[in-house]
Design a protein around this ligand. Structure first.
Ligand code: ATP
Ligand code: MG
Length: 69
């Protein structure tokens, strides 16, 4: 595992892009999560959202519908 950190604009996204380009021919799995200042109070928001999407939950589904699908 590699953690890339640094000031805004230092080139983190570009590094990530080049790495993915170079891996294009290799069998691999990309898991991409995006945090957001709009969801600061929602624990593990990117992961929960991915699971909900994968399970086919609709935005208007309540908790009961979600659990019984
Ligand atoms: N090695 C490089 N050579 C030329 N240009 C570069 C290089 N690395 C980054 N850049 C350019 O610098 C700019 C900022 O890079 P990038 O978007 O990757 O930064 P970042 O660290 O992801 O920023 P942020 O924290 O805001 O997301 C982009 O226009 C990118 O193309
Ligand atoms: Mg970036």
């Amino acid at each position: 595992m590699v953690l890339v950190g640094g000031e805004p604009g230092i080139g983190k996204s570009r590094l990530d892009g080049v790495l993915r380009e170079r891996l294009a021919e290799e069998p691999h799995l990309v898991l991409r999560y995006q945090c957001s200042p709009y969801h600061l109070h929602s624990a593990l928001y990117p992961f929960v959202e991915q699971f909900e999407r994968a399970a086919g939950f609709a935005r208007e589904d309540g908790a009961v519908t979600s659990w019984t699908r």
